[in-house]
Write a protein that binds this ligand. Structure first.
Ligand code: ZN
Ligand code: ZN
Length: 752
């Protein structure tokens, strides 16, 4: 409880400082309900409060004795919604830290961490839907169940062994198809749905191993390096320690996570497992479920509101002992947290890049581990340069995971000079020949190109017209299968023209996208079944999984894809990887582009040669002498990273400095740049930080708005933070701020 500061008026019953979901960068003060004292309402509990002309649900963050608002103007809380705190003290502190570090309104940060139904004021105590067997169902199970519907039969048999029934949410832990099977047997009158209050007693009635209906699998024998890594993490139990687990693709990082989590569970603690957006596959979940004999809560962006609420309650109640999820799961409530793991810690999906609070889940995870005094494991084959730097400084302990003895040798990387060979439809002669050779030898081929669509440009061969987006500074991409032109920046679409929009002459697609490379390869190798994987062919996890399975079972021999093919999946049959264009990352204005390119090449190369034979990787480039590519070819990611860190140190880029980016957009360039110039002026004549800009973004006009930015830099994190605190208050008050949309991005990943 803080003493009233000068200018505040004290209130006998005390004051509640409440986070309300609104764009204000501060907490709001309220009086307790009549006849109550503020101290009786717990921090972390939700309250209903008057907010302007309406009412809102907020969370009590702090108690105070007084308020800067005069007593007569303070309004009172209208209702307390939770007798017990919804958010415990540790989580509340983490959310406050996040709001403060990323300079985002605390009410919005806290609201984003709570499921929608709870934000609307619904009870935090769960009512749950249960499925239980009926007398008719018992009869049917004794008769052997429906013979032609195996999933229904399995579910019916399971229900027959669980007279208390099974929570509907638990069906998601079963192999796919359990929910439709449940609906089917309910329709047959063999089971009924009931609603019960959730409590620990009913949870205990259905032990996890039974509910899963699968036996636990036997773990593989760990390598010496895996055992050492697990022992090191385990020895840190009960206090903070950050580990950087660096292992080549296929070296068994997941096995280390599994074993470390198992040890944590044995101790009675719970674990938080973070994975990148695209890494949360049914395969991975199945592997965790098959190894860990506890309930798990799964949190990711594709959940419905109801599913998110159920998973969140499972986590908060402590019934789920492992919480596995993508970015926002870092804010999941986990009583008794004992370990955090962050898989593919370099992955950009950990950073919220658009809308809301632009936090890094990896960095918040490290902070959470510090605060909870538990170990945190960051794993990657290609760690972010920031993480490698932290390991060099001794802040993180490096746990190297070399290739396993039973693994194939490292893939052989070769640069293919696009200037020195005949190139047909984007494919150099040696690459086409290698594809033929590998297919003939029964191998599979992975072709990587980070550009979806048929061709990036539609060109008039007579007048030089190029199909532009009317709303962006972008060219429209040709999508031939959909017979459309599409803007990859704003999503605008138009029918695919056959004639020039200016002179009426014939137009032709120029350049290569995945669709066109796939078409070319299908014509060259008509006998090899080919699949394509990009955001046009696969939108959800199930579609991605289907493509992956076709490659795994050999029904596809060639896979052409974007970034999606580079992550997490094991393809033991792939013997050749072709990188169609490495040059996009070599000459970017973004200082991180080279790092991303190196990570992509190493990750995609890691898909090859996981079976018995070493893989071959061919990288097409017009700049084979480029030092980045040479370093990568000759010394691997370590050599690249060492060189790149030296360059960053010279140029004073992160991790040798700290950045914040103030972005603004407006209908006119003048408004966007005018606001940023005024913001720069707020820093004074001799600002303690370096300010760069304002400048227009590289792709300045997007969706009809002009985008511009102002970059702030300082060697010290604390100094930059202190400057931002004072500066943002002035920026917020600028009259120009009302004419633009603006947002601050602390530790930005993308600075173009
Ligand atoms: Zn023309
Ligand atoms: Zn556009």
């Amino acid at each position: 409880m803080s003493a009233p500061s000068p200018g505040t008026e004290s209130s006998p019953a005390g004051v509640l400082r409440v986070a309300v979901d609104c764009p204000l960068r501060r907490l709001l003060d309220y009086l307790p309900p009549a006849g109550q004292r503020a101290a009786d309402l717990p921090r972390g509990a939700r309250v209903r409060v008057p907010f302007g002309p309406r009412s809102a649900v907020g969370v009590i963050v702090a108690h105070a004795q007084g308020s800067a608002l005069a007593g007569g103007r303070l309004r009172a809380v209208t209702a307390l919604l939770d007798r017990e705190p919804l958010l415990d003290a540790a989580l509340l502190e983490l959310l406050q830290w996040t709001a403060s570090y990323y300079h985002h309104p605390p009410g919005e940060v806290i609201a984003a961490a709570i499921p929608a139904a709870l934000r609307a004021g619904q009870s935090a105590l769960a009512e749950e839907e249960w499925l239980e067997i009926t007398a008719a169902g018992v009869g049917a199970s004794l008769a052997g169940g429906p013979q032609r519907a195996p999933r229904q039969r399995e579910l019916l048999m399971m229900l027959a062994s669980l007279p208390a029934g099974i929570r509907l949410a638990q069906l998601d832990a079963l192999p796919p198809g359990a929910r439709p099977a449940a609906r089917a047997i309910a329709k047959r009158g063999w089971a009924r749905l009931t609603v019960r209050a959730a409590d620990a007693a009913t949870a205990a009635a259905a032990p996890a191993a039974t509910a899963r209906g699968t036996a636990l699998s036997t773990p593989p024998e760990p390598s010496a390096a895996q055992s050492l890594a697990v022992a090191a993490i385990d020895a840190a139990a009960g206090h903070y320690g950050a580990f950087l687990l660096q292992g080549a693709p296929g070296s068994g990082k997941t096995e280390v996570y599994l074993r470390a989590v198992a040890r944590c569970l044995e101790r009675g603690a719970s674990a938080l497992v973070l994975v990148p957006e695209i890494g949360l596959t049914p395969q991975l979940l199945e592997r965790f479920r098959a190894r860990l004999p506890v309930r798990m809560a799964v949190l990711h962006s594709a959940l419905s509101d109801g599913e998110r609420l159920a998973a969140w309650r499972e986590a908060r109640s402590g019934r789920a002992r492992v919480v596995i999820g993508t970015r926002s799961a870092v804010f999941a409530p986990i009583p008794g947290l004992g370990l955090i793991t962050v898989d593919e810690e370099h992955d950009s999906s950990y950073k919220q890049q658009e809308g809301g609070c632009r936090y890094s889940a990896r960095d918040v995870a490290v902070r959470r581990a510090q605060q909870a005094a538990v170990p945190v494991v960051l794993g990657s084959a290609t760690p972010a340069l920031e993480s490698l730097h932290n390991a060099r400084l001794g802040r993180y302990r490096l746990l190297p995971l070399p290739r396993r003895a039973d693994q194939a040798a490292a893939p052989h990387l070769a640069l293919i000079d696009l200037r020195a060979h005949a190139v047909h439809q984007g494919l150099a002669g040696p690459v086409t020949q290698a594809i033929g050779r590998h297919l003939a030898a029964d191998g599979q081929v992975l072709v990587y190109l980070n550009r979806r669509g048929y061709a990036p440009t539609l060109l008039c061969t007579s007048c030089g017209w190029i199909a532009p987006c009317s709303e962006c500074d972008a060219r429209l991409t040709v999508h031939r299968e959909a017979a459309q032109l599409r803007c990859h920046w704003c999503g605008a679409t138009a029918p695919l023209p056959t004639r020039c929009g200016r002179c009426g002459f014939a137009v032709k697609p120029v350049g290569q996208g995945t669709e066109r490379i796939a078409e070319t390869l299908a014509a060259m190798f008509p006998d090899a079944p080919l699949l394509r994987l990009d955001r046009d062919t696969a939108r959800g996890a199930a579609e991605i999984e289907a493509v992956m399975n076709a490659l795994l079972d050999g029904s596809a021999r060639i896979l052409v894809g974007t970034q999606m093919v580079t992550k997490g999946h094991h393809f033991p049959g792939v013997s050749l990887v072709a990188v169609i264009n490495a040059d996009q990352g070599l000459f970017s204005t973004d200082f991180r582009a080279a790092e991303r390119l190196a990570q992509t090449i190493v990750q995609v190369a890691g898909r090859a040669g996981r079976g018995a034979r070493a893989g071959e990787v061919m990288i097409q480039t017009e700049y084979p002498e480029h030092p980045l590519l040479q370093g990568l070819i000759n010394g691997g990611y370590e050599a690249f990273a060492a060189g790149a860190l030296e360059e960053r140190a010279t140029a004073r880029w992160p991790p040798f400095s700290r950045l914040a980016l103030l972005r603004a957009s407006a209908r006119s360039a003048a408004d966007a740049l005018g606001f940023l110039r005024a913001a720069r002026a707020c820093a004074g004549d001799r600002p303690p930080v370096r300010l760069l800009g304002p400048v227009s973004a590289v792709m300045a006009r997007r969706a009809g708005r002009h985008h511009a930015q102002l970059l702030l830099e300082h060697a010290g994190r604390g100094e930059l933070q202190r400057f931002l605190d004072a500066w943002l208050e002035r920026v917020e008050g600028l009259p120009e701020a009302r004419r633009v949309r603006w947002a601050l991005d602390v530790d930005p990943l993308d600075i173009q």
